[in-house]
Design a protein around this ligand. Structure first.
Ligand code: FES
Length: 165
């Protein structure tokens, strides 16, 4: 059964079978669901609540408590912006504005083409390099808005080229 937004809930059957004997398996079930869909779609959370006989509020509460779970679809590339105190003071809000202008997304959102997700994190322990961003695994310090947008564009283009090569 494929849900109208492309979520195939039948993929969860195997997961429920695997954990049918295990009480309190909510977290591993959520982990499995995220492995399947790349994030936790609302329909899957509802199904998990129904199958486990718990409220959607409880499932949602667990899913939002742990940083490992994502409730929104994530992009092929993840840009993390540190908004700890040092980075905030040194210009993270300007970076967020530049991404809003350039990509029309806010923290927690993904571009429509699925290329980029931006996320806010708090203090990466490199305050001397503020403002710090991490593009996929690449740490970039003392970032300025135009430089960051250029680097993101190049990174996405290079990855597309590599995938098409
Ligand atoms: S506040 Fe950003 S690295 Fe510490």
């Amino acid at each position: 059964m494929t849900h109208e937004n492309g979520i195939d809930l039948a993929l969860m059957d195997e997961v429920f079978q695997k954990y049918s004997q295990q009480k309190g398996a909510l977290i591993p079930i959520l982990q499995n669901a995220q492995d399947i869909y790349g994030f936790l779609p609302q329909e899957a959370l509802q199904l998990i609540a129904d199958k486990m006989g718990v409220s959607i509020g409880k499932v949602y509460g667990v899913a939002t408590f742990y940083a490992q779970f994502y409730l929104e679809k994530r992009g092929r590339h993840i840009l993390k912006l540190c908004d700890g105190t040092a980075c905030h003071v040194k210009g993270t809000p300007l970076l967020v504005t530049a991404l809003g202008d350039g990509y029309h997304i806010q923290p927690g959102e993904t571009t429509e083409d699925g290329d980029l997700t931006i996320e806010i994190v708090y203090c990466l322990g490199s305050c001397a390099l503020a403002p710090v961003t991490i593009l996929d695994d690449q740490v970039m310090g003392r970032m300025r808005p135009e430089m960051m947008v250029r680097k993101v564009q190049k990174h996405i283009k290079d990855a597309q080229k590599a995938a098409g090569a």
